[in-house]
Design a protein around this ligand. Structure first.
Ligand code: ADP
Ligand code: MG
Length: 263
């Protein structure tokens, strides 16, 4: 699966934030998106999730050539995009087990495969819960009701393990910064890692990238990808910070502006 972002412009009413962003994520690739606070990382995640507060105003987002921005959030999920935090905070009366079973059924229907084998589902769910070090009693709890931060994180990763998305978008900047939460996410991503799974891991911090080693690293600055590279870019950012990007990007902007002025 190929997620193509082309010249994406988006923002909130009266405030443009993304300013022509280009990015490609394919199944089989782990991408890290870094960048200083306020560069627009979470805005990108919100646009990809279909959060109605963030409006796309230009450019395209395509999933295997199909217009993602025209799809509802649930349609995006059915096509194999996993958008962390897409589920409501709490769903009264729906247990974890029922929620996951329904989500998987829908995903299977949309991909054309026949109904699920319930005993195989239960076996897989139990195994995934063991892997995530979750108590089996969790299956019967109401979704997200009274969940601790760590339990919500485990639930999110459990959902990802069961749904086996083609591409996962995870914004880890604002949540789950404790070591336990990072370990949970890393465990899930590293388990799914392989030719059929891609991820865009959005983070301001390096810590998670010590546990999930990315294939590609991008640095966002002022609503665009300013620099892309391999995993070594994480080290460069750690030692040099973001100033060199500001300088280099600032210089490029000036050169561009003076070129325009001179034209
Ligand atoms: P990052 O995740 O890289 O820190 P964000 O996408 O959260 O950046 O924010 C980019 C810019 O847009 C910031 O200046 C931020 O203050 C602004 N912004 C984002 N969301 C909102 C919002 N809902 N209301 C007002 N300003 C916002
Ligand atoms: Mg953010």
């Amino acid at each position: 699966m190929h997620l193509q972002i082309r010249g994406l412009e988006a923002g909130i009413p009266g405030k443009p934030i993304l300013a022509g962003l280009d990015l490609d994520v394919r199944s089989g690739e782990i991408h890290a998106l870094m960048g200083p606070n306020g560069s627009g990382k979470s805005t990108l995640a919100n646009v990809l999730m279909g959060n109605p507060s963030y409006l796309p105003t230009g450019g395209q987002v395509l999933l295997d050539g199909e217009d993602v921005l025209a799809m509802s959030p649930s349609e995006r999920a059915l096509r194999g995009l996993f958008l962390a935090f897409q589920y409501p905070v709490e769903i009264p009366g729906v247990t974890v087990g029922k929620f996951l079973k329904r989500a998987i059924e829908l995903r299977q229907q949309s991909s054309g495969s026949r109904g699920m084998n319930v005993s195989a589902y239960v076996k897989e769910l139990r195994e995934a819960m063991d892997f995530m070090e979750m108590d089996q009693g969790f299956i019967n709890r109401y979704l997200n009701q009274g969940f601790s931060g760590g339990e919500k994180k485990r639930m999110e990763v459990l959902q990802m393990l069961m749904l086996k998305p083609s591409i996962a978008i995870m914004d880890e900047t604002d949540s789950g910064l404790d070591i336990d939460a990072l370990r949970i996410v890393a465990r899930g991503v590293n388990r799914l890692r392989g030719p059929g799974f891609g991820a865009l891991i959005i983070t301001h911090y390096r810590r998670i990238l010590e546990q999930i080693v990315p294939d590609f690293v991008h640095v966002m600055y002022k609503g665009r990808i300013a620099v892309s590279g391999g995993r070594e870019l994480v080290e460069t950012l750690e030692t040099k910070g973001y100033d060199w990007i500001r300088e280099r990007y600032g210089i490029e902007e000036e050169a561009h502006e003076s070129a325009l002025a001179g034209a």
